[in-house]
Design a protein around this ligand. Structure first.
Ligand SMILES: [Ca+2]
Ligand SMILES: [Ca+2]
Length: 227
């Protein structure tokens, strides 16, 4: 009788475990200016949209200590639309053709690890990096908006503080856009724009394994008691 009760309780616990693991993996994550972190290993697909900044920029994934882990997109030049030339685009527009290599890149964020996006800029004078995690920037400045493509070229984007985080698990992903001038500039936040879409894990193999393992353990213990 005891063993039957034990098995029933274990089975219930297993069912609960299966339910929790079959819940969407996006239950616990941070994806914004406070940092990027997921409770499970999570692959995010990035797509370059456009740039509207005069710097030659490179978007990358950084660790919590500002070390570059991998480069996602590297611009070839300041613009590929004839910026500054009479009769041509004057917004320093960088299109897909201004990216060296593919305009799509993926990165797998490891569970419970803090990351940031970083935009390295080759300016007219000097080089610098601004980070999507505000605390990594000079004076903690917000340099990125999440769930926004920024504002009109040269006009300060209003409501910046309201676009600090977003959900990358939504279908089609979410927008991320940088202000590439640290601390100042025009604050238009349209200088480098990408989308990010996390790949959901509707039912992980580890969760399935744990559930089956729990059942096997319960059976083994029951057999030991009845033997
Ligand atoms: Ca700007
Ligand atoms: Ca701009």
């Amino acid at each position: 009788m005891k063993s039957k009760l034990f098995f029933t309780a274990t089975a219930a616990a297993t069912a609960t475990a299966l339910l929790s693991f079959s819940a969407p993996a996006q239950a616990s994550f941070s994806f914004g200016t406070s940092g990027i972190q997921f409770a499970q290993n999570t692959t995010v697909n990035f797509s370059f949209i456009q740039s509207k900044g005069a710097n030659i920029s490179r978007l990358g994934i950084y660790d919590a200590n500002k070390n570059l882990l991998t480069s996602l997109f590297q611009e070839k030049g300041r613009s590929d639309a004839g910026a500054g030339q009479a009769g041509k685009d004057s917004e320093w527009l960088g299109t897909a053709a201004n990216i060296a290599g593919s305009t799509k890149a993926s990165f797998t964020f490891l569970a419970n690890t803090v990351y940031s996006l970083g935009l390295y800029n080759q300016g007219w004078v000097g080089n610098w990096t601004v980070f999507s995690t505000s605390s990594l920037n000079t004076n903690g400045n917000q340099q990125t908006v999440f769930n926004s493509a920024g504002g009109s070229e040269g006009s300060a984007l209003s409501g910046v503080s309201s676009v600090k985080a977003s959900n990358p698990f939504v279908q089609g992903g979410t927008l991320i856009s940088f202000e590439d001038t640290k601390g100042g500039g025009d604050r238009d936040f349209n200088d480098f724009t990408v989308t990010a879409e996390a790949v959901p894990e509707p039912f992980t193999m580890s969760g399935l394994g744990l559930g089956l393992g729990g059942l096997a353990l319960a059976r083994r213990r029951r057999n030991q008691k009845t033997a």
